[in-house]
Write a protein that binds this ligand. Structure first.
Ligand SMILES: NC(=O)c1ccc[n+]([C@@H]2O[C@H](COP(=O)([O-])OP(=O)(O)OC[C@H]3O[C@@H](n4cnc5c(N)ncnc54)[C@H](OP(=O)(O)O)[C@@H]3O)[C@@H](O)[C@H]2O)c1
Length: 195
């Protein structure tokens, strides 16, 4: 597919990290922060266009970590990354065997002109691949101030700068804030992705 055939869609990350950039433990989120889940829903569902939706892109392990009753995430195109050709997903959920395939899915009908932002929502492997491929324009990062002794981590993102930060909130004895990081230093959208 030629580059001119691609719609230039924006890729953003949404993530919650602990004090050591931990994001998960034993396949799950090690904290329960309802206000952060609400924040996640608001960010990933919001569109400027009345007729477009957003996409949420996640690794197979993150997909499986979602309670069955909450998946697929409603009102968003769900794309699950897996190299397993036998993986079965519910109708309407797209499977991709690489980030290049994700770009191809987003650039074909009916999604081509109907998806506004592609949100990469985890987990660790997918965040790492997306950042390594310079694919991400913006990171919505919930920074949790305590250490949850995680086994999965968010990679370094030194070439992003903080563009916004909220005040601190405390919920279930956990203190956190909402930050936004942006990059403008390099090519961050389109098909230049490797598996
Ligand atoms: N704090 C947060 O914001 C947040 C967000 C999301 C997830 N999490 C946590 O993160 C943990 C899961 O992260 P994880 O790193 O273990 O797993 P993951 O990134 O969710 O999924 C990994 C799987 O994705 C597939 N995959 C990875 N790279 C791929 C590529 N380039 N092309 C195609 N498929 C690819 C593979 O699936 P196959 O094995 O099927 O091939 C791989 O096993 C959980 O603890 C979860 O709760 C935290």
């Amino acid at each position: 597919m030629a580059q001119r055939d691609f719609v230039m869609i924006s890729f953003h990350i949404v993530v919650a990290v602990d004090a050591r950039n931990g994001i998960g433990k034993e396949g799950k989120l090690p904290w329960h922060l309802p206000a952060d889940l609400k924040h996640f829903k608001e960010i990933t569902c919001a569109t400027a266009s009345m007729v477009k939706k957003n996409a949420v892109i996640m690794g197979r392990k993150t997909w499986e970590s979602l309670p069955e009753k909450f998946r697929p995430l409603p009102n968003r195109l769900n794309i699950v990354l897996s190299r397993n050709s036998d993986l079965r997903l519910p109708e309407g959920v797209e499977k991709a065997d690489s980030l290049k395939t994700v770009a191809e899915i987003l650039n074909r009908n009916p999604f081509k002109d109907n998806i506004e932002i592609a949100f990469i929502i985890g987990g660790g492997e997918i965040f790492k691949t997306a950042l390594r491929n310079c694919l991400v324009q913006k990171i919505y990062l919930t920074r949790i101030l305590q250490d949850f002794h995680c086994d999965t981590f968010f990679p370094a993102f030194d070439d992003f700068r903080m563009a916004a930060c909220s005040s601190h909130y405390t919920e279930n004895a956990v203190t956190y804030c909402f930050a936004e990081y942006v990059t403008s230093s390099r090519f961050t959208s389109g098909p230049s992705v490797t598996p």
